[in-house]
Design a protein around this ligand. Structure first.
Ligand code: NAP
Length: 311
């Protein structure tokens, strides 16, 4: 067995490195240094060099709400190309199994809650990220079509909001947890008030990257079937998340300022992970512990952290 993990040096890829089962001898964790997967020839060269029997496909152009909207066409074009190339090369070279990642943010806007797998295509995605969302939905379409026509195993997992070490801490392209860690850390260092967006009331499910990594390794060996919601079902308000980060950083949460002129986002969008939880019992890191581990990693590595400019 030879495993190729595309996007193997991003946040989830690094967590897969850490959670790698001891019995798998040959795993190649690829990054853009191994080739730009938007390019057919580069993708083909990578598959010919590694000759994988199994693929975990994580590579994607990933960003927060601002970047997803600002570059909506690029998010569509880049992600469709990456996905088309990786699955086609997998088929062409006889890969036995491909596990790919979608995202709960690609569900239809206004879908019934909690979000269920059967509703993945049952309506338009949110206007802010429809480029990324349709590219990810096409990954599910390609996976099912390939399994049906060519055989082999192509499965997709649907995680909710992820966070962890090696995340992207750039304020323009990051997700909410790394953005808050960076802002609160900077406020503490500068002795200032940290200004956060919205009013802190929305609820979100935050899954620790290492928990998703364990789910991906499980799925590679054990899961067969349609798209599967994976991750924690602990709903945490943005305000509680910020206060948890403050506690981990030793910053007085009473100094947080909520800028209510900024958008706060949908109130809640929980996922139904009952099929996942019935299929396997895997550890689920409580948010307080995962946030503390992420903050500790950030502090230990600052300023050599992705998205933080070198000073
Ligand atoms: N982060 C979240 O909250 C979240 C939530 C749900 C689903 N997901 C999904 O989880 C997966 C992993 O996300 P992540 O958070 O780990 O993202 P990430 O840290 O940004 O990692 C993305 C990886 O993709 C690689 N990549 C990007 N463009 C590429 C290209 N053109 N050719 C080759 N490789 C390319 C990057 O390579 P380099 O290391 O060389 O830059 C990096 O290793 C993605 O499929 C994402 O859609 C993420």
């Amino acid at each position: 067995m030879r495993v190729l993990v595309t996007g193997g040096h991003g946040m989830v890829g690094r967590a897969m490195q850490a959670e790698r089962p001891a019995e798998i001898a040959e795993v190649h964790f690829a990054s853009t240094k191994d080739g730009d997967l938007r390019d057919v020839a580069a993708c083909r060269a990578l598959f010919e060099r590694i000759r994988p029997t199994h693929v975990v496909h994580l590579a994607a152009r990933v960003g927060g709400v601002w970047e997803n909207t600002r570059y909506i066409a690029e998010f569509f074009f880049d992600n469709v190309r990456i996905n088309i190339n990786v699955l086609e090369e997998s088929r062409r070279t006889g890969v036995r199994k491909v596990v790919s990642l979608l995202s709960s943010c690609v569900y239809p806007d206004g879908a019934a809650l909690p979000l269920r797998e059967r509703d993945l295509h049952a309506g338009e995605p949110h206007v802010s990220n429809f480029g990324y969302a349709y590219a990810k939905r096409m990954l599910d379409v390609q996976s099912r079509a390939y399994a049906q026509q060519y055989g082999g195993s192509y499965v997709c997992l649907i995680p909710n909001n992820l966070y962890g070490p090696h995340d992207n801490f750039d304020l323009e392209s990051s997700h909410v947890i790394p953005a808050m860690i960076r802002k609160i850390h900077a406020a503490k260092t500068g002795g200032e008030a940290a200004v956060l967006w919205g009013d802190g009331s929305p609820l979100r499910e935050f899954t620790y990257s290492h928990d998703l990594a364990a789910a991906l390794w499980w799925a590679l060996f054990k899961y067969e079937g349609g798209p599967l919601n994976v991750g924690t079902n602990e709903e945490v308000s943005i305000r509680t998340a910020a206060e948890t980060i403050c506690a981990a950083l030793g910053y007085d949460a009473a100094r947080l300022v909520w800028d209510t002129s900024r958008p706060k986002g949908q109130h809640r969008k929980p996922t139904d992970t009952s099929r996942f939880r019935e299929a396997v019992k895997l550890p689920s890191t409580p948010f307080a512990r995962g946030a503390a581990e992420t903050v500790n990693w950030y502090v230990a590595n600052f300023p050599r952290v992705r998205g933080v400019p070198a000073s």
